[in-house]
Each structure stands twice: as C-alpha cells, then as structure tokens.
Design a protein around this ligand. Structure first.
Ligand code: URA
Length: 196
C-alpha cells in the first residue's frame, strides 16, 4: 500500500467539463440538436466506451446509447460481467448529426478536445473505441476499423481497443457476422482488466 488515493484528484471533474461546454455553439451541429449528449456512467470507471455521436433517441433523452445500438452495447456490457453503471460511456461528437449522417471533420475537431478532457478526468485503464470515428479520432489515423480492431493501440499511455460499432452488429446479424470478432476484442479487454 503506497497510501496514494486510487484516483488522481488533481484532475478536473466531469461536471466542470460539462459546464465549460455550456450551451455549446462551437460547431454547426448545435443548430439541429435537442440535447447535448455529454456522457454517462462511473466518473472513475476502469473502462470507457467511446461511440460516434448521438442518434435520435440519444438526442431526445440526452444520454448516450439509449436506443437500439444502446441495447446492443448493454448486452455486450452485461456479457462482460459488468453493468452500465460500472463503465463510462460517451461519444466523439456530443450533438446529433442531421439524419444521423457521419460527423464531419470540423465537427469532430470542435468536439474532440472535450472528449480528451473527459478521458483525462476519468483516467480509465482501457478505452474501447466503438467504430471507425472513435478509433480514428483517438488514434489519429485513417486506417479502416477492420484493420484497427483486435489489437490494443496506444492513446497517451492508455490502451485503446478499437472494435466494430454496435450499429454495424445490428446491420450484420448471423453466424458469419462481426459479433464474434467484437466478442474476441472484449475478451482481450477483460483479460487486461483481470476480470472477472
Ligand atoms: N451511436 C453512437 O455512436 N452513439 C450513441 O450514443 C448512440 C448511437
């Protein structure tokens, strides 16, 4: 026992980061949003999931991954022996892109600093990047998610596991689909966390 607190209290709180976003108008997504979707879960989580951006349900409820893709993510979390409250969940962009289009480079650039501050605040032991926008934004690469997934990558000393997005799982069900690859990736995450 070193006597050190388990969590570094020097870091800024999630509340402070949320406050600094305010009624954010830093990009054009502000125009179409109902709610800014900041993040949810344990502020000291060992594991953080980063998605792409809010869909319609998330925009209405102000919480990430509460729609169909959220149900898939919840099942993944449960299958890992965890609960949604154990982890922290957020997105690359905090406001819904119109008609759920892909977030654009300027929108990601405006929002990414807040994602990075959230990660610095939570200080997770592992980050799971759900889909290509999360993986490419965190890792600063244009490589395809199919190439990135399955191996830990480094984000400022924090291991990042890129994997397929839950929406991609919904669009590709069946035995030969990407489900087992995602499960392989989550198995590696559990091993790193020494869980269960
Ligand atoms: N898809 C995402 O990437 N994020 C959400 O919050 C919901 C769906």
């Amino acid at each position: 026992e070193t006597g050190e607190p388990p969590h570094d209290q020097k870091h800024e709180s999630l509340e402070k980061i949320r406050k600094s976003l305010g009624d954010c108008q830093r990009c054009k997504l502000a125009k179409g949003r109902r709610n800014l979707v900041f993040g949810v879960g344990n502020p000291q989580a060992r594991l953080v999931f980063v998605g792409e951006g809010p869909g319609g349900d998330e925009d209405r409820q102000g919480e990430p991954f509460v729609g169909e893709a959220g149900q898939v993510l919840n099942r993944i979390i449960t299958a890992m022996g965890l609960e949604r409250e154990d982890v922290y969940i957020c997105n690359v962009v905090k406001c819904r892109p119109p008609d759920n289009r892909d977030p654009e480079a300027d929108e990601i650039a405006a929002c990414a600093p807040f994602l990075l501050r959230q990660l610095q605040s939570v200080q997770p032991e592992v980050v799971v990047a759900l889909g290509r926008f999360a993986a490419q934004t965190l890792l600063g690469t244009k490589e395809a998610i199919s190439k990135l997934r399955g191996k830990f990558r480094d984000y400022h000393g924090v291991p990042v596991m890129p994997t397929y997005h839950p929406s991609y799982l919904l669009r590709n069900r069946g035995d030969s689909g990407p489900f087992w690859e995602v499960w392989e990736d989550m198995t590696q995450v559990l091993r790193l966390l020494k869980l269960p």
